[in-house]
Design a protein around this ligand. Structure first.
Ligand code: ACM
Length: 270
């Protein structure tokens, strides 16, 4: 199975251009599953809630989701892509999952980063599994800063995710390295799709770190993009690797857990 990412530079607010550019880059790519960055159609650096509302779309009835559905059907490909979602005046930092069967589902970012807390509602979808039927694979989605909470990836692994799709707009220098640990501690593949470029808007000046990557359950970076160029990269994976949770013949990553010792993890107080 071929999976990969679309590493983009994005023109803030120009949804028509950004969607066109992403689909153009994907045109001659042979892959079963491609992951696009967080907020791939709008850009990241919002300066007000009003601006976010103007750029937001409904899922699945908004224009961008429809374009992704059409493209997925035409190419027989699964796509995971981030966009601003509007639902009755509330807005979420969401990702949509589309495939040859059409709309599959959405995930709303659980852990909001920095000023995102001013624009978005915290996600309420929880950590869900999406069955990609044609590929016979189970995927989960986290968005960017969700990576720093190991509970997010762990929840997905416990529910059976074999691949974690990770649309991102990374500005801190940690995640690409940290995902190696997320991959081995859950024995899953992780596709991190980051963006490149810089956005100076309002009080913000964000430089995005690129280096999108596919990480294996054995902690290998199978493919990694540059820090500054738009790139589509794919790699062949054997999903069986993510189904075997054995670390040694006497250790199973999930069965050896001691949940009775982890009760503090579900309490809010620290
Ligand atoms: C981020 O969560 N976009 C850093």
């Amino acid at each position: 199975m071929k999976v990969g990412f679309v590493q983009l530079n994005i023109k803030f607010g120009d949804k028509e251009r950004n969607v066109k550019e992403a689909l153009k880059l994907m045109r001659n790519v042979d892959a079963g599953l491609l992951v696009l960055p967080e907020l791939f159609n709008t850009g990241y650096t919002l300066t007000s809630k009003e601006e976010a509302l103007k750029l937001a779309e409904e899922i699945p009835h908004g224009k961008t989701t429809k374009e992704l559905i059409d493209y997925s059907i035409e190419k027989g490909m699964y796509i995971v892509a981030g966009l601003i979602e509007r639902e009755e005046g509330k807005i979420f930092n969401s990702a949509v999952v589309t495939g040859p069967e059409g709309y599959i589902g959405k995930y709303r970012k659980s852990h909001l980063f920095y000023y995102e807390k001013k624009w978005f509602e915290p996600g309420d979808t929880g950590f869900q599994i999406f069955h990609l039927k044609n590929l016979k694979v189970k995927v989960g989605v986290i968005i960017c800063f969700d990576w720093i909470f190991p509970e997010a990836s762990r929840s997905l692994a416990l529910k059976g995710a074999e691949i974690i799709c990770h649309p991102a707009n990374l500005v801190l220098p940690y995640a690409q390295k940290a995902m190696l640990t997320r991959a081995i501690e859950n024995k899953v593949f992780i596709i991190t799709s980051n963006r490149v470029g810089r956005e100076k808007r309002g009080i913000f000046d964000f430089k995005f770190t690129g280096m999108s990557q596919v990480t294996s359950p054995r902690m290998k970076v199978l493919v990694r993009a540059s820090q500054e160029r738009e790139e589509v990269r794919t790699v062949d994976i054997n999903v069986e690797e993510a189904r075997n949770k054995k670390i040694t013949e006497m250790n199973d990553l999930l069965k050896d857990r001691r949940p009775e010792l982890y009760l503090d993890l579900t309490k809010r107080e620290t």
